[in-house]
Write a protein that binds this ligand. Structure first.
Ligand SMILES: *Cc1c(COP(=O)(O)O)cnc(C)c1O
Length: 411
């Protein structure tokens, strides 16, 4: 905060802190505007935004198609509860189902990732009539009570116990351990109904599973008659260079959660499921007030159009490779870098030290990045990045890593 503490935006940040719940680790920047892969603060300083609101600015900030769709819808109809029909909602649903993994043709609309995971848990309980659920070590599915119950980090869980009963965590990317648990459950209690996984773990450190893993999980779910729920909230919609990350391994889930960037920055989440699975929920057994509102649907339809018509999936794949090659070169050059991993534009750079100083240093150099655990820098660039922006970000990161090595005395 040094240097800004006496400034006008410094005092505004202080005032915002005085009102808002003190639950966020905050960056000392006041953002006022965004376009594409850039955001600007109240001093007019530009940042390359590889934080992108935790990946929400998927199609770029203030994407023209999204802005236009929101403007037009806002003048026509903003609210329309799902107990009434709506033309914009129908257009969006038709588009979403047309690109969804095979067979996932029923959709529950909601407003966030956690809310999507809550719905998925209820769908699994109702459909399987079993309450047990298996999640992975280092998973993240949100912080509401149900979603928190399948989220791994004990610092999030401990203060809020008791959480949901019957949650088992197994090591990620280890199908043998999952099989042991399922085999034991099928012999003893038969209480497990579903397995929930992120195809690539985001908050847990950008962990890409071994190649055979998801396919084996799919087989195990078939064998033990369990639902496979994939949380594509961070990995979905083109981020990893495929529309759905599960496509990298040819796996189709029974239930899929999406949210984050799906409506170009307007809050929205969704659960997709096979018809007979979704139909386990009867009228009144789950609902919400805002889900499927026309404003979010218009934004989401425009977002999907962008992703597909502008080939942002292909761009994520190409630029992801470009970025990853660049990051691997930085790993060769800088001893502080321990590992580089990820797929497409969902990338992690693991350092030997806490990444906080690098992130803060990044701000002063005009590059916004995320952490993912203490030691991992997470990059979730908008899928509209080009080589120019990517190479600029890489050269800033190069400088940041040099400074970090100086600070830590690494040579
Ligand atoms: C962000 C995220 C969530 C939670 O979404 P919220 O909208 O913050 O509730 C759940 N799962 C994954 C994989 C996420 O990245």
């Amino acid at each position: 905060m040094e240097g800004v503490s006496m400034s006008l935006e410094g005092s505004r940040m202080k005032e915002e802190d005085s009102y808002i719940a003190n639950v966020f680790q905050r960056y000392p920047v006041e953002l006022v505007r965004g376009k594409g892969a850039y955001v600007w603060d109240s001093n007019g300083k530009a940042y390359i935004d590889f934080m992108a609101g935790y990946g929400v600015a998927l199609v770029g900030h203030c994407n023209d198609k999204v802005v236009d769709a929101v403007k037009r819808q806002a003048e026509r109809l903003i609210t329309c509860h799902c107990s009434c029909y709506n033309d914009t909602r129908l257009e969006f649903l038709r588009r979403l189902v047309s690109v969804a993994p095979k067979g996932l043709n029923k959709v529950f609309l909601c407003n966030s990732g956690a809310e999507a995971c809550e719905a998925a848990i209820k769908i699994a309980r109702k459909y399987t009539k079993r309450h047990g659920i298996v999640a992975a070590v280092n998973s993240f599915h949100g912080k509401t009570m149900g979603a928190l119950s399948i989220t791994y980090a004990s610092k999030y869980r401990e203060p809020f116990k008791p959480l949901l009963d019957g949650v088992n965590f197994v090591p990620y990317s280890n199908a043998d351990r999952l099989e042991e648990l399922l085999e034991q459950d099928s012999r003893e209690r038969r209480s497990i109904g579903a397995v929930i996984l992120e195809p690539i773990q985001g908050e847990g450190g950008i962990n890409v599973p071994d190649d055979g893993y998801l396919a084996r999980v799919r087989e195990l779910c078939n064998k033990y008659d369990l639902l496979l729920i994939l949380d594509e909230i961070q990995s979905g919609l083109g981020r990893t260079g495929m529309l759905w990350a599960s496509e990298h391994w040819g796996v189709v889930p029974d239930v899929m959660c999406i949210a984050k960037g799906m409506a170009g920055g307007v809050p929205m989440g969704a659960v997709l499921a096979r018809q007979e699975v979704m139909d386990a929920l009867k009228v009144g057994e789950h609902s919400n007030t805002f889900g499927g509102n026309p404003l979010a649907c218009a934004a989401a339809k425009a977002t999907l159009d962008c992703i597909i018509e502008d080939d942002l999936v292909g761009n994520a794949s190409r630029m992801g490779k470009y970025m990853k090659d660049g990051l691997l070169a930085l790993k060769d050059k800088h001893k502080v870098v321990r590992d580089v991993r990820g797929l497409g534009l969902m990338l992690g750079v693991e350092l030997r030290f806490d990444v906080r100083d690098v992130l803060m240093d990044g701000l002063s150099h005009g590059l916004m990045m995320l952490y993912s655990g203490r030691n991992v820098i997470r990059l979730l660039p908008p899928l509209v990045v080009d080589e120019d922006i990517a190479s600029r970000a890489l050269s800033i990161l190069d400088r940041l890593l040099t400074r970090e090595e100086e600070r830590r005395g690494v040579v």
